[in-house]
Design a protein around this ligand. Sequence first.
Ligand SMILES: [Zn+2]
Length: 109
Amino acid sequence: MAKYESCRIKKGDTVIVLAGKNRDKQGKVIRVLNKKDRILVERVNIVKKHQKPTQTSQGGIVEKESSIHTSNLAIVCPKCNKGVRTGIKFHDDGKKVRVCRRCGEELDR
Ligand SMILES: [Zn+2]
């Protein structure tokens, strides 16, 4: 039996947002947060934060990525060029790879 819970999104994956105000935006995963259910995606879900001037910085508006819940994200298959569900495939040498469940393309290289 394939285990689907282990096909988690990893740093460096290209993902697409499935819901919310950033829907259909794509970006690269820059960080998976400690709890593993929230992810920072490059240039997606940007929030502007006002920073007060300190002794070391001038302050002003800082743009920062805000995390997105994994349930709102899907890995983009390069072959399908869209967000897909992923599965796990085992190679003969026991190596575990994530695959696109739509076309079978391997997503780990
Ligand atoms: Zn695919």
